[in-house]
Design a protein around this ligand. Structure first.
Ligand code: MRU
Length: 344
């Protein structure tokens, strides 16, 4: 899948994921503020994709005014960083990308503003393409792990939650990258997809991607994974991540921890697939991960129709934390690791 996040001649063009799978539409963004709003509104979503978008958004910010020198540019960009960092709090890839862009900006204050902008463009491009390359390696390492654990016979049935595919990463995918590679290698023959309430990333986006790839899939509701595990229908679970703390606790889409607990109960291996950019070594554990709270409307309405009586109270945390002890391994571009210190 191509053209998910594209930068051309001062415009950031995003595939609008809110309209999938019904319509393929694109949103053109000209300012960092508009890009931050697009991240918040989930035009683009998925931790690595948010990071890549933030990098290009930072570049947009640097082009918004006719800055006379480095100092005026640097001053302006503080505000741009703040806006971007506030757009979605849980995925650490956002901060990771903004940090890299800030470092590029500050690398040499003697440079002309135009040269700094060129460097920012190069950096944003390298963030995008290195993340896609990392995904491909994750796919290969993940497929080898499946071969090691289950043998070469194939017929594996894998469950995934939310969408950790090309759409979530700018290309290829983490959890879906492993599924893609495992399918190509003849190991996987079916994917169970959790619908992923309330935004339906599983039903709308993961099914869309699997269909495009001709990978057989079955959509299930979020309450069904334990049932299918109890029947022996699921061989392994592979999910993505928004932030992995130093102790291995992992934030991912709400509902993930319920799947992990069920998987452990039924002895189904539970894997997290994520690039190194998703590991937050400054975050000790689950208590230090900010969980985004989204609007009540996402829970209360389906297709613009309210599903509960007036004045129904609700809460809407977008992510939950799966504790390290429930995770068999982290599939990264550096290999499959059991503890985060293997990356440091
Ligand atoms: O709210 P979203 O759609 O941005 O949440 C996405 C997820 O939770 C993904 O599983 C995660 O970002 C990993 S994407 C490779």
């Amino acid at each position: 899948m191509e053209n998910i996040i594209n930068y051309k001649k001062g415009q950031l063009i995003l595939l609008d994921q809110r309209n999938l799978p019904y319509k393929i539409t694109y949103k053109k963004l000209l300012t960092a503020k508009a890009a931050a709003a697009a991240i918040g509104d989930m035009v683009v979503r998925g931790a690595p994709a948010i990071g890549i978008t933030a990098a290009y958004a930072y570049l947009l910010g640097s082009r918004e005014k006719d800055f006379k020198n480095y100092k005026t540019l640097e001053n302006y960009m503080k505000n741009v960083s703040e806006k971007l960092l506030a757009s979605r709090p849980t995925a650490v890839n956002l901060k990771w990308a903004v940090d890299l862009m800030e470092k590029t900006l500050r690398a040499d204050p003697e440079l002309l503003v135009d040269k700094i902008r060129d460097n920012l463009f190069e950096k944003a491009e390298s963030i995008k393409y290195s993340e896609i390359e990392a995904n491909k390696k994750i796919g290969q390492y993940g497929s080898s792990e499946l071969k090691k654990v289950f043998g070469e016979d194939g017929n594996l049935k894998i469950l995934t939650h939310c969408n950790a595919g090309a759409l979530a990463t700018g290309g290829w995918g983490t959890a879906l990258g492993v599924i893609r590679s495992g399918f190509k290698d003849g190991l996987i023959d079916e994917v169970y997809v959790d619908e992923t309430r309330p935004r339906m990333q599983g039903a709308r986006l993961t099914c869309f991607e699997l269909k495009e790839e001709n990978i057989p899939y079955t959509l299930i509701t979020d309450g069904m994974p334990a049932h299918f595990m109890s029947l022996g229908n699921i061989d392994a679970v592979i999910v993505g991540a928004d932030r992995i703390a130093l102790n291995g606790d992992t934030a991912n889409k709400i509902g993930t921890s319920m799947v992990a607990i069920a998987a452990n109960y039924y002895n189904v291996p539970f894997y997290v697939a994520a690039p190194v950019s998703t590991f937050d070594f400054n975050c000790p554990g689950r208590k230090d991960i900010a969980i985004e709270e989204r609007s009540h409307e996402e829970v209360l309405f389906i297709n613009k129709k309210q599903i509960s009586p007036e004045e129904t109270r609700t809460v809407n945390p977008a992510f939950d934390i799966t504790q390290k002890g429930l995770i068999k391994g982290y599939i990264t571009e550096k290999g499959v690791i059991r503890n985060t210190d293997e990356l440091q």
